[in-house]
Design a protein around this ligand. Structure first.
Ligand code: HEC
Ligand code: HEC
Length: 206
């Protein structure tokens, strides 16, 4: 855990270095009072008019490879939008789409989806049972015992199985779409079957 504590400082330091605190600052201001938060959520719903085609009307996706955003931690969502915008996270479609959003819209959309109610995902019960032990052993320390994450660590509970499998495999393979030193270390020794079991376990949580 001491080693992880040191690693946890790295993303914060690099974010300062590229000096792009815009959307996160706006998010913090919107979160400061219930009234500001309510107003931002209403504006976020409008700004997300196009996003709902894939991520679902209420943020619960019905497409296996598209992540649900309902109940996701807003600061995490803002950070992922920043990464798509800068090209640190690669997905041709999302990169193009996010670039045109203003910082204010990114913060509003993150709050809107974050306030959504996540629906339990669909999972294979036998595989899910096999993933529980590994999750508790390797992942729960950061993602939380119920996989709800925290301010900057993503919620995984109820997420789509296919999206989870793809994402975990990308971190493990360091294939370039998503680079994160913590996740690369946590997934380095996982087999394909273990990744599938973990994904089904996470999808089964809510
Ligand atoms: C055509 C379908 C489509 C549309 C429309 C779309 N997205 Fe996405 N989005 C995706 C896919 C697919 C991914 C997963 C990309 C990957 O594998 O890394 C994604 C990922 C994301 C993520 C990362 C979530 C996470 O858990 O890390 C965020 C945030 C996001 N989209 C926000 C938006 C916003 C905001 C809009 C509207 C402006 C939008 N998306 C519109 C398909 C879409
Ligand atoms: C040391 C802390 C840490 C550990 C341990 C850890 N994670 Fe993560 N995880 C993170 C962070 C930080 C991110 C966000 C990285 C980024 O920006 O791409 C993340 C992102 C993810 C994502 C992407 C979520 C999304 O919505 O796109 C998945 C899936 C994931 N982790 C699964 C796991 C699994 C499964 C394990 C155990 C095998 C695990 N994590 C262990 C810190 C951790």
């Amino acid at each position: 855990m001491v080693r992880y504590a040191v690693l946890l400082l790295l993303p914060a330091m690099s974010a300062t270095a590229v000096a792009q605190p815009g959307a996160l600052d706006r998010l913090r201001a919107m979160q400061a009072t219930p009234a500001a938060s309510r107003a931002a959520i209403a504006q976020g719903k409008q700004a997300a008019f196009f996003c709902v085609n894939c991520h679902g009307e209420d943020g619960n996706s019905h497409i296996p490879e598209v992540p649900s955003l309902a109940g996701q931690n807003p600061a995490y969502l803002v950070e992922q939008m920043r990464k798509f915008g800068s090209g640190e996270r690669r997905d041709q479609f999302m990169q193009g789409l996010i670039k045109v959003l203003k910082d204010e819209e990114r913060a509003q959309i993150a709050l809107y989806y974050g306030a959504g109610k996540p629906q339990p995902g669909t999972a294979n019960a036998a595989l899910a049972a096999r993933g529980k032990g590994k999750f508790e052993q390797i992942c729960a320390a950061c993602h939380g015992p119920q996989a709800h994450g925290s301010d900057t660590i993503p919620r995984l509970a109820g997420q789509k199985v296919a999206y989870l499998e793809i994402s975990i495999t990308r971190y493990r393979n360091r294939s370039g779409e998503r680079n994160d030193p913590l996740m690369a270390a946590a997934t380095a020794k996982l087999s394909k079957n273990e990744i599938s079991a973990l994904a089904n376990y996470l999808a089964s949580l809510n």
